[in-house]
Design a protein around this ligand. Structure first.
Ligand SMILES: [Zn+2]
Length: 342
């Protein structure tokens, strides 16, 4: 098969479009012909290389996949079925998996991140429980753009922060994959959304997705604006994924009893935390990583019913994966960048 692989860590120049061995499904796995694969920041981290996260070489990235089943032992998903893939691969047998917390499984892996080859390829294998059939009216590009960011945002808002109808939420970086998903999920659940972005055009798009108020995060102080917009109260929940660059302002934006939920640290992991604010304002900090298979299935119902939909920034052919990653690294996108596989 054709695949985009890297044989060493480095910048986007290490990505090679080349021949690779066809994957062989193991018992309990399905073989899927990839039709579309969306990018995530995880792809960039894996390519650059992270301390403490060894990645076997050569490596195929790609956590967000849609395609057609070529071989399957799942009783309800047979050959030819159109599917999107659950990006979280877990053992399915441990206490955590059987308690419905499969993203806490000791053997949890994200498709395309470390040991499990991903969707920057013509073929991919996954456990049959990771197959999610998609309706005919959902195209492969949108299906590939849905799982990881909507799953992440759903787990953050619904399960970790327990966002309630009528609450105020601050979403950082509305143009990011998790940002555009969080705005839609929060509006769907009756929250008032404040969103930040780094350009006027992105702010308009955030409004179009349902944000009530928008903040230019390069030109305005996020915490000051939140306090002005909420009559000095602050927001109930902050959705963080930016890290060092925004963490102190995110904490200052919280109301008394507020919750901060974080799934990432794109600008660096060493945020400072005002402990006096944590206890005096009775704040709660939630870490969040991916989400459970059940949560993805629940979120997908709203996607299939047309109530939420991933925003597509741009598509590229698989062979142009390096250019696609360059666009993501330059933060020029609003929504998901997707590779199409012919
Ligand atoms: Zn497990």
């Amino acid at each position: 098969m054709k695949a985009v692989r890297f044989h060493e860590h480095g910048d986007h120049g290490v990505l090679r479009y080349e021949d690779a061995p066809d994957p062989d499904p193991e018992p309990g796995e399905a073989l899927v012909r990839v039709r579309a694969c969306a990018l995530n920041h995880l792809d960039i981290w894996a390519r650059r290389g992270l301390r403490r996260v060894p990645i076997p070489m050569p490596h195929i990235s790609g956590s967000d996949v849609a395609g057609e089943v070529i071989a399957s032992t799942a009783p309800d998903v047979s050959i030819g079925h159109r599917v999107m893939l659950q990006p979280g691969v877990s053992c399915g047998r441990c206490t955590e998996c059987l308690s419905g917390c499969d993203n806490e499984c000791p053997r949890y892996e994200v498709l395309g991140y470390r040991n499990h080859p991903g969707g920057y390829a013509e073929l991919v294998t996954v456990p049959v429980q990771n197959l999610v059939p998609i309706p005919d009216e959902i195209d492969f590009v949108h299906a590939a753009a849905f799982p990881l960011t909507f799953l992440t945002a759903w787990h953050m808002l619904m399960t970790r922060a327990k966002l309630k109808r009528g609450e105020d939420l601050l979403v950082l970086a509305a143009g990011s994959g998790v940002g555009q998903a969080a705005i839609q999920i929060a509006v769907l659940h009756g929250a008032r959304v404040f969103a930040t972005a780094g350009s006027g055009e992105k702010l308009e798009r955030a409004r179009a997705l349902g944000a009530s108020e928008v903040i230019h995060h390069y030109q305005e102080d996020i915490a000051q604006e939140i306090m002005r917009l909420t009559n000095r109260r602050g927001v109930d929940v902050v959705l963080e994924h930016v890290g060092e660059a925004t963490w102190p302002r995110s904490v200052r934006s919280l109301a008394r009893g507020g919750r901060l939920v974080t799934c990432g640290a794109t600008t660096g992991p060493n945020g400072t935390l005002d402990l006096a604010a944590v206890f005096s304002k009775q704040l709660t900090i939630h870490g969040s990583y991916m989400g459970t298979k059940g949560e993805l299935m629940r979120a997908a119902r709203f996607f299939f019913a047309g109530q939420i939909e991933p925003v597509i920034d741009r598509t590229y052919p698989l062979a142009d994966a390096a250019a696609a990653q360059q666009r993501m690294e330059a933060s020029g996108q609003f929504g998901k960048i997707v590779l199409e596989v012919q």
